[in-house]
Design a binder for this molecule. Structure first.
Ligand code: ADE
Ligand code: ZN
Length: 343
């Protein structure tokens, strides 16, 4: 099964580049930046990633490790590492989240350093590895809307076709970080601005329904007009929300290993194996890694294995992973012609 799944071309639609930073790479970057090495000892780092009770303790560790970044080369190396892992796993197209507010707005780093390092690695990854990577800029939902608007302002030169630093790689905006209590509707001004930012407009997605209940999903769809829901598994607690997602065929980017490691399933009522439940209800589900250096990379393979134990709902494991791979392109922001080519 793992070889079959790795050989299947697929798109990754929910991947935080900061969550792909391994303890070994964090240590190497800390060393070249002259930081306190004890704080980034790889063995301690790996141990700290072994157990999380929920999203926030994970985000604290994630924030600490992301704090090693200083230079363009750091962002280049982090991205190129991920693209190599993606190529090994049969990922041919990736829409990759990055969190400018995790790195900038503290006088340590400029937006330019972040985006230049990331886009240079994407260019090399396309040439050398055959992985087509694009970027989705995420707002931190537990920070102010004013700061989110400032991030968009900083990103503006990179989205203007006539600008000397224009990049076609900046594809959309998203929203991540601690969800409970940080409702999506607050960010309506930032999403309204983003939708008209690039000439072709930025695509809009948001994390909703990971730890927040199904009403966070409804609010993100209504107020932010998102095209895709990141996680969204708690829709299973409200049949009306599931029906809405099915009717509009709004894709969900589910991350089963992340949900498992952050204990989403036992703490809420959406039940085990959300992917299987959602597929059988007709939701357009995709399966993704979220933060592979903290959780696991081969999520499609893991979902297939979970299914393999007994053939659920008439899906054989191989059909199941084929459906997930096809959905990953269908739910992506590639052109309709490119989608047809992957059918
Ligand atoms: N940032 C990185 N991983 C995340 C997740 N699973 N939920 C919200 N924000 C995140
Ligand atoms: Zn995520």
């Amino acid at each position: 099964m793992p070889e079959f799944v790795a050989g299947l071309p697929k798109a990754e639609l929910h991947l935080h580049i900061e969550g792909s930073l391994t303890p070994a790479r964090a240590y190497a970057i800390a060393k070249r930046n002259g930081l306190d090495l004890d704080a980034f000892d790889p063995e301690k780092g790996a141990a700290a990633r072994r157990e999380f009770t929920s999203l926030v303790p994970f985000l604290i560790e994630y924030g600490k490790c992301s704090g090693v970044m200083r230079k363009e080369a750091d962002f280049y190396d982090m991205m190129y590492d991920y693209l190599e892992r993606a190529a090994e796993n049969g990922v041919v197209h990736a829409e990759i989240f990055f969190d400018p507010q995790t790195h900038c707005y503290t006088d340590i780093l400029e937006f330019k350093t972040v985006i230049t390092g990331l886009t240079k690695a994407l260019e090399e990854g396309r040439k050398t590895l055959g992985v087509d990577g694009k970027l989705i800029l995420c707002f931190l939902r537990d920070r102010s809307v004013e700061e989110a608007l400032q991030v968009l302002e900083d990103a503006r030169p990179y989205m203007e076709v006539k600008s000397p630093v224009y990049t076609p790689d900046l594809l959309g905006v998203g929203m991540d970080n601690a969800e409970l209590g940080f409702r999506p509707g607050r960010f309506k001004p930032a999403y309204d601005k983003a939708r008209h930012a690039r000439e072709a407009g930025l695509h809009c997605v948001a994390h909703a329904g990971e730890e927040g209940d199904a009403s966070y999903i409804t609010e993100a769809l209504d107020d932010l007009k998102i095209e895709r829901v990141d996680h969204g598994v708690r829709c299973l607690e409200d049949p009306a929300v599931v029906e809405r997602l099915v009717k509009a065929q709004t894709p969900l980017t589910v991350c089963p290993c992340s949900n498992h490691r952050l204990q989403v399933y036992p703490r809420f009522f959406c039940g085990e194996n959300a992917v299987r439940q959602l597929l059988s209800r007709g939701v357009k589900v995709t399966v993704n890694s979220d933060d592979p250096a903290y959780f696991f990379m081969g999520n499609v393979s893991a979902a297939g294995r979970a299914c393999d134990a007994s053939a659920y709902d008439g899906f054989l494991a191989s059909n199941y992973v084929r459906t997930l791979a096809l959905n990953s392109f269908d739910a992506s922001f590639i052109s309709e012609d490119d989608k047809k080519a992957h059918k």
